[in-house]
Design a protein around this ligand. Structure first.
Ligand SMILES: [Zn+2]
Length: 457
């Protein structure tokens, strides 16, 4: 039986990926690249955020079409804050994600629908599940059931956070060797994928997420060093090598099938600067200037809590990008002035009818006339692919290099338009494919190419 699996390894910075690949540390992926269409620079949609990226991969469309405009947005009609910030605020929002990453938010059809028409039986072990015949959990063994708190995984994250000093980690490495919590999410997903294929489902999308978490916590270029072993995640490298080992397991367990396997990532990651000054809450700073701004709650909740009129909703993603919604039109100029002067803001975008404008802090230009330069790959196309969605904020902002729009002690983040945040890779493998290299593409190309090659193979 022919089986197509798409593995999304979350939040992999392309340069770091290439470094690991070239030094022989990702042997399973390296093997796949030799009979594959490889996309060297595979750019994320904008924002370069998880739910947006996964939906762009699963639909081959940009947010203006699929509607997932970020990790968070404000539903103007329902006056509701929609948040998928589970990466950062576990475990509460996991529940939120499980209950809320619902099909109603994704507009139109996914590759699960299309693959079904091509004769596949489909499964998802990813957060995009719309249209899949079988919905496997990406955090717990087995099929997706209602809410179950992934306590162990949460424990792992907290544990990982305390081990950034390598010298102190020997005992923990031993402990984790005995109780390998670190393999939990990747391994669970691998097992679930194998289970699904053996039950007869031959088109699946699966999600390895610990790479992104370790990149946020330790920084995208954190490496183990020569002596390091991937017993636990205390670097990005550990998580990435673990993902590679799980891919090797998938290949071994499914060796009796004709396996087509696509490996890609939803977005990159950039290094944040160490200074506290680089971690900026836009809503808190607006409040300091007398603008009633808030994030992560609904307006009525804000008004009840603080007793002031809700004026501005800030909805961050990555969080190096944010949607800004005006509930009070009278405040528009003040908000725009604030954003233009804010030290953390790189670009401000907004739409007037069909026209999109960009303010880089020096001048205002039409999007199509603005020279982004090579550090912002395919920027105009990706910005338009976001701002044409009615769900977008009245303003959309990105963060300057090294900055993020939240107060945290993280060393890595994403969400922006810049190359580091936006550039990943793709390997589109079939056992009879020749090795080919494309210099660049978008994540929306991956499944389109994979299925057209598959059909012609
Ligand atoms: Zn992600």
């Amino acid at each position: 039986m022919k089986v197509m699996l798409t593995v999304i390894i979350d939040g992999v910075n392309r340069e770091v990926y290439e470094k690991l690949l070239k030094s022989g540390k990702l042997p399973a992926i390296e093997e796949l690249t030799k009979s594959a269409v490889n996309i060297r620079n595979c750019y994320s949609s904008f924002p370069s955020a998880t739910v947006t990226g996964h939906t762009s991969i699963a639909t081959s469309s940009l947010p203006s079409t699929h509607g997932i405009v970020g990790q968070a947005w404000f539903d103007r009609e329902r006056r509701e804050y929609i948040g998928y910030d589970f990466e950062i605020t576990m475990p509460d929002n996991w529940i939120d994600a499980k209950a809320n990453l619902n099909d109603r938010h994704i507009l139109g059809e996914t590759w699960f629908h299309r693959a079904k028409r091509m004769g596949f039986r489909t499964f998802s072990a990813d957060l995009v599940r719309k249209g899949a015949d079988l919905k496997m959990s990406f955090i717990l063994p087995g099929e997706d059931r209602d809410i179950a708190i992934p306590k162990k995984l949460f424990f792992l994250r907290r544990f990982a956070k305390h081990t950034s000093v390598k010298r102190a980690s020997v005992a923990k490495k031993l402990l984790l060797k005995a109780f390998p919590f670190h393999v939990l999410q990747h391994e669970v997903v691998t097992r679930n994928a194998i289970k699904a294929v053996k039950a007869g489902y031959n088109f699946g999308i699966v999600w390895f997420m610990e790479t992104d978490a370790s990149s946020h916590i330790y920084g995208p270029e954190s490496m183990e060093g020569i002596e390091g072993k991937p017993y636990m995640y205390d670097s990005f490298e550990d998580a990435m090598r673990d993902a590679d080992e799980e891919i090797a397991k998938l290949k071994r367990a499914l060796r009796d099938y004709e396996l087509y396997i696509n490996i890609t990532t939803d977005h990159g990651q950039s290094r944040l600067c160490e200074s506290e000054d680089c971690h900026v809450s836009l809503s808190a700073e607006m409040e300091e200037q007398g603008i009633n701004a808030f994030t992560r709650i609904d307006p009525h909740e804000y008004e009840t809590r603080v007793g002031r009129k809700a004026q501005v909703v800030v909805a961050p993603s990555g969080p190096r990008m944010a949607h800004i919604y005006l509930l009070d039109r009278g405040i528009s100029v003040d908000v725009q002035d604030f954003l233009r002067d804010c030290r953390a803001v790189e670009f401000v975008f907004w739409r007037e009818g069909r026209e999109i404008f960009v303010d880089d802090g020096r001048e205002v230009s039409r999007l199509e006339e603005y020279e982004f330069g090579k550090d912002y790959p395919r920027a105009a196309e990706r910005v338009r692919g976001l701002l044409e969605s009615e769900r977008s904020g009245d303003f959309v902002v990105t963060a300057r290099k090294g900055y993020e729009f939240q107060v945290s002690s993280y060393k890595g983040a994403h969400g922006g338009l810049n190359a580091e945040d936006s550039t990943g890779f793709a390997v589109i493998h079939g056992s009879r494919y020749r090795e080919e290299w494309m210099e660049e593409g978008l994540i929306t190309d991956v499944l389109r190419i994979a299925l057209s090659r598959f059909e012609n193979s």
